[in-house]
Design a protein around this ligand. Structure first.
Ligand code: SAH
Length: 222
C-alpha cells in the first residue's frame, strides 16, 4: 500500500525552496501558490510528484509548467488584483486558477477541447468563477473582451502575435516565450509593456515550452 503524500507540507517546501530561495518575492504570488492545491491539476499517476521542480505530462503531449516558471511569469505580470487577464494555453488550468486568485477576471484560451473541459471541471470544483474558458486558437486572442491589463502565453510562439499586442491595454504587461529565429530549439521569455509611447520589449531568460500551434500564425508566414 502506498501512503498519501502530505501535500500541504510538500506545497510549503515548494514555495520555500523553489520560489523564495530563488527570486520570487511577490507576496501575492507566494500566497496564492502556497494555497492552491497543485495535486488537483496533475494526472493521478503523477500526483506524488505534483510539487516536483519540473514540468509534468498532462496528456495530449502537453505539460503542466514547472512551479518556478509559473511563479516567474506571474511575478513579471505584476498583478494587483484589478486586472482583466488573457491567458493562452489553459492546459491543466493550474496557472488559470492562480490568475483567478491574483486578478479580477481571467479569459483563457486552449486549442485542445479535452484539456479545456478538464480544466473547467477543476476550476468549478474550487469555486473559481471569475474565469471564462474558450476553445480556439490563442494566436488571435479574444478581442471581444479586450483590452487586457495583462496577457500571459504558456506555449512558445515563432514570433510575437500581432493580435495579442493589439489587445494589450496601455500600462499593460505581456509575458510570452518566443522561439529564437536562428535556433528554434532555443526559446526566450519576453516581457512586453505597452506605455504611452508605444511597446517596450525586454528579454527575461531562456525557457522551454511546448510550441504554440496556430494555423493563423502559419497563414501569416506566407
Ligand atoms: N499553463 C499550462 C501550460 C500548458 S502547456 C499548465 O501549466 O498547465 C501549453 C498549452 O498551450 C497546451 O495545453 C497546448 O495545447 C496549448 N496551446 C498550444 N497552442 C495553442 C494555441 N494556438 N491556442 C491555444 N492554446 C494553445
Amino acid at each position: 500500500m502506498t501512503e498519501t503524500p502530505d501535500f500541504q507540507a510538500l506545497r510549503a517546501a515548494m514555495v520555500r525552496e523553489q520560489l523564495v530561495e530563488r527570486d520570487i518575492a511577490d507576496q501575492r504570488v507566494l500566497a496564492a501558490m502556497g494555497r492552491l492545491e497543485r495535486e488537483r491539476f496533475v494526472p493521478t499517476a503523477y500526483q506524488a510528484h505534483a510539487y516536483a521542480d519540473r514540468p509534468l505530462p498532462i496528456g495530449e503531449g502537453q505539460t503542466i509548467s514547472q512551479p518556478y516558471v509559473v511563479a516567474y511569469m506571474l511575478q513579471n505580470l505584476a498583478l494587483n488584483g484589478d486586472e482583466r487577464v488573457l491567458e493562452i494555453g489553459t492546459g491543466s488550468g493550474y496557472q488559470t486558477a492562480l490568475l483567478c486568485l491574483l486578478a479580477a477576471e481571467v479569459i483563457s484560451i486552449e486549442r485542445l477541447e479535452n484539456l479545456s473541459r478538464q480544466a473547467a471541471a477543476r476550476l468549478a470544483a474550487l469555486g473559481l468563477s471569475n474565469v471564462h474558458l474558450i476553445v480556439g486558437d490563442g494566436w488571435l486572442g479574444a478581442p471581444q473582451f479586450a483590452p487586457y491589463q495583462a496577457i500571459v502565453v504558456s506555449a512558445a510562439a515563432a514570433r510575437l502575435p500581432k493580435p495579442l499586442l493589439a489587445q494589450l491595454d496601455e500600462g499593460g504587461r505581456m509575458v510570452i516565450p518566443v522561439r529564437e529565429r536562428r535556433n528554434p530549439e532555443e526559446q526566450t521569455l519576453v516581457l512586453i509593456r505597452r506605455t504611452r509611447c508605444g511597446l517596450r520589449a525586454r528579454r527575461l531568460c531562456g525557457v522551454r515550452f511546448v510550441p504554440l500551434i496556430s494555423d493563423q500564425a502559419a497563414a501569416q508566414d506566407n
